[in-house]
Design a protein around this ligand. Structure first.
Ligand SMILES: NC(=O)c1ccc[n+]([C@@H]2O[C@H](COP(=O)([O-])OP(=O)(O)OC[C@H]3O[C@@H](n4cnc5c(N)ncnc54)[C@H](O)[C@@H]3O)[C@@H](O)[C@H]2O)c1
Length: 317
């Protein structure tokens, strides 16, 4: 298959692109190498894809390089587009909300439009558990998202979902919206808790833990990739699905699990951060029914693999 992966130099994108290359697909990665985190890290992630075999890379911004992107889409004639490119992160969205309208909404509109113009058959959009906002009841089923969110990041993701519906209706392509629940693993985003904690501990620095009694449905990267891969090959029509492990881990359990690897770690406790929901917990029955999705990697196992990767990667820096 011919597949475009936007944001392919990112955390999830490099794992997905590598698997798609391994499976013999013709892969085109479009990524702006946005400075949200280090350029070196993104170049290393591109290198990680390349270890699996040849693929095409275009360093373009979906927002600013509109005409180039249109031409690339028209020339490449993809069967499927997986749109992962976005400005991620809840905290930064409180500081720079306008950028999330640009990077998470406007850029998505461009991808949806160019997919339609180039007769793409299927578009997959990377949404987020943050679209559920703060909810009293758990686990979270797809119908529980109503747009009542608590951060600009989540508002942008929910808004982009709406554009997905509009463009799927206008251009008649199959549209799969996948809501990822806190993804972690090797090449994990450096601003996210698990990667940030391990990096700081390896540098001999203390870690800052925000709030208490919070929990996250941490989902190992390989499980997310299996879900996206299944969505590329199955999932007809327009669907929204949660991809999560369905096993929430409290912040206290997370610290305990990390302490098994680093018993001497130093912790600083701080208050709750604005924009963060208290807890997440995915109901994945729909993804199970439509994709045969079932998260397989237990948290302790995923964490051990992540620690091993981090020790190797940061040890070499
Ligand atoms: N990591 C998670 O836990 C998580 C959870 C829920 C949803 N998501 C979503 O999954 C997707 C991938 O997340 P990630 O963690 O891999 O993030 P990431 O920041 O590692 O990857 C995103 C990539 O998109 C690129 N990009 C951003 N704006 C661009 C633009 N305008 N043009 C071209 N490239 C651009 C960046 O350079 C980056 O390489 C995002 O849409 C994110 O919102 C991630």
């Amino acid at each position: 298959m011919k597949i475009i992966v936007t944001g392919g130099a990112g955390f999830i994108g490099c794992h997905l692109s590598r698997k798609l290359v391994e499976e013999g697909n013709e892969v085109l990665v479009i990524d702006a190498i946005h400075p949200y985190y280090s350029k070196k890290r993104k170049l290393d992630q591109l290198h990680y894809i390349g270890e699996a075999g040849p693929y095409r890379f275009e360093e373009k911004n979906l927002l600013d390089d509109e005409e180039d992107i249109r031409r690339i889409f028209l020339e490449f004639q993809a069967d499927c587009v997986v749109h992962l490119a976005a400005l991620p992160g809840v905290s930064y969205s409180l500081e720079a909300p306008g950028q999330y309208v640009d990077y998470d909404v406007k850029a998505t509109v461009n991808v949806l439009k160019f997919s339609g113009e180039s007769n793409v058959k299927k578009v997959i959009y990377a949404s987020s558990s943050s679209v559920y906002g703060e909810q009293a009841n758990k686990p979270l089923t797809e119908a529980m998202a109503t747009g009542k969110v608590i951060s600009p990041y989540a508002a942008a993701k929910y808004g982009a979902e709406s554009f997905c519906h509009a463009f799927a209706s206008m251009y008649k392509y199959d549209m799969t919206i996948l809501r990822f629940f806190t993804v972690y693993g090797p090449w994990g985003r450096p601003d996210m808790a698990i990667t940030k904690f391990i990096e700081r501990i390896l540098n001999g620095e203390e870690i800052t833990v925000y709030g208490n009694g919070t929990s996250r449905d941490y989902t190992y990267i390989d499980d997310i990739i299996e879900g996206i891969y299944a969505a590329i090959h199955k999932a007809p029509g327009t669907n929204i699905m949660n991809l999560g492990s369905s096993c929430p881990v409290s912040i206290e359990e997370l610290i305990e699990a990390i302490a098994k690897h680093f018993p001497d770690m130093k912790i600083h406790h701080a208050g709750f951060r604005q924009g963060d929901v208290t807890s997440t917990w995915a109901d994945t029955s729909k993804a199970k029914e439509l994709l045969g999705f079932q998260a397989k990697v237990p948290f302790d196992e995923g964490l051990a693999r992540t620690v091993k990767w981090a020790v190797d990667y940061y040890g070499k820096e």
